[in-house]
Write a protein that binds this ligand. Structure first.
Ligand code: FES
Length: 138
């Protein structure tokens, strides 16, 4: 086997590039992976594969989706990952934790459909979730 980065033979040694492990998924995971639908302010819709356990924010960032800044990286301390949940999904998501509620109080344009996308972890029953990304986060 040849290391694609160095061109050197590495025999039967397993290559241990960190990104290689991040992208390996089992066939079962691929077949059962939910899709999340992001609707941007301009009306465009993006249906993205959503690995279980990832957050709605991480999926957007991993796919270079515009509109979700996530400046704190998911620590629930910036509120720049604000999204509006489609009304058809509001009652189907887990309730907000106290910290998320507090952070949303400072978000301009927040309403009863607002969530912080970093706090929404993907589960199997979230397949088809629709989130609306606001025009801006400030
Ligand atoms: S990424 Fe900062 S609160 Fe969600």
């Amino acid at each position: 086997m040849v290391d694609p980065l160095t061109g050197r033979s590495v025999g039967n040694v397993m290559l241990a590039h960190p990104w290689a492990f991040e992208t390996i998924r089992t066939q079962h995971e691929i077949q059962t992976m939910p899709a999340i639908h992001y609707i941007l302010h301009d009306g465009t819709e993006h249906a993205l594969d959503a690995p279980l356990g990832d957050s709605v924010m991480i999926i957007a960032k991993d796919n270079d989706l515009q509109g979700i800044l996530a400046e704190c990286g998911g620590a629930c301390s910036c509120a720049t990952c604000h999204v509006h949940i489609d009304p058809s999904w509001i009652d189907r998501l887990p309730p907000k934790e106290d910290l998320e509620e507090e952070m949303l109080e400072f978000v301009e344009g927040a309403d009863e459909t607002s969530r912080l996308s970093c706090q929404l972890k993907i589960t199997e029953d979230m397949d088809g979730l629709i989130v609306h990304v606001p025009e801006n986060q400030y």
